[in-house]
Design a protein around this ligand. Sequence first.
Ligand code: ZN
Length: 500
Amino acid sequence: MSENLRPVLKRIIEAGYQLSADGLEYLRTLEKGTREELMRRAIQRANASPDELYVLDQSFLQSVVEETRKKPEARRPLTGKKRGRPLASEYDAQLEVVEDHPAEPAGGVEGFVEYFRSRYKKMEGILRERMDVRDAVTIGRALKMPLKSTVKVIGIVTRKRARGHRLFIDLEDLEDSITVMASDEETVRKGLSILEDQVICVEALKYRQDLLIAKDFIWPDVPSKTPRRSEIPLCAAFISDLQVGSKLFLDDLFDRFLRWMNLEVGPPESRRLAARVKYVIIAGDLVDGIGVYPEQMSELAITDIRDQYEAVAALLSKLPDYVEIVVIPGNHDAVRKSLPQPPISEEYAKSLHQDERIHMLSNPSRLRLNGVEALICHGKALDDVLSQTPGLDFHAPVKGMELLLRCRHVAPIYGATTPIAPEKEDRLVITSAPDIFQMGHVHIYGSKRYKGVTMIASGAWQGQTSFQKRMNLIPTPGIAPIVDLQTHQVAALDFNRLGG
Ligand code: ZN
């Protein structure tokens, strides 16, 4: 192989593909610069392809070259001066749903055993990808090791309790269980943010037959990486928690957002941003629902669930026709409350299903938007994570999201306020690091970058409820986070201030 093809081949393999023999021959015929540019586009196209594509061959590479030739006109970004067409209308959507496994319920008490086995196995696989966890042994093996040995074990946290200055954690794997004690200040501090039912690796010293002394805890975590980027400067709006039907739904603010999307309000710079928004992602709680909390009836403006969804459909119909809309349910929506939640059904939300631009998906869902992977969750589990973890609170939901990313699970805690369905496979595991991670539910906007992942807590479109007042929670309604899919910059558009 000629030396200068190596970087290109390395790139293909790193992206998870192979090159066919005729593909390799074809690459040899190209100039170096052309070749690198072609590979960049080819990987992007392959990532965005709905087919199970593993091998890139000559005909595929040629089709990428053809496509590039065809579109020179459309690739020039439009300036504000050019009349009419917004940039986002010039491009077809490249929207894909990844990892949409069908639900496979596992019934009864046994079902949960099966569910947690799946969680353990998936998480163990993720942990063992880490260099520092590869030498972990089973709990059974650790139980047989001599005292004072240093050992690493992986287990599900079945119980965590603090006694004085010490922390005790019970760990379980597929066969055995063991107790881990943390006593030095640093290890205790780290251990306090371990969530019940999460899977973690512990490096420890064997102290008694069934007791380990923790030296360190190792979270599965996400590896540091460079996020995938869209080739085209398109944007996506990540919103949630409209709570339509509530008397506190802020229709005026949402109307401003809709008019902004239609380039009718805002200064020129902001309109140019609006012209690039191709996707609107709504992470649940479209409606306030019926009977979700005791005193809700008196706080509703629309008291029929179907009418609430009709009102949502009427609002979303005002979005520009070139925009693709993704909808997942939240705990206020008319679907089962247990995670993962199936899409809101046509029975309740007929007009949303009839709108071709609206994609009704599950909670959680994983999307590819012009090659950029986004993990979309409603985020009910933040209630449990933010209330149970020392140092976290509801005013900074992104910190809870960061902890979930480190746990590689969107709802680790079982048996608190977030119900989880007993399925054969744990579909709530974060199997690979997304580029964007969105959660709503808390009604407080926030955004943060963590190891190349752009985290968005998407706020709300509802004023402060009586419940939030009691909880001393001040929501931040009317902010639409807009993510540039090419640069990963986040613009938080505040419609309380953007007049018009
Ligand atoms: Zn919610």
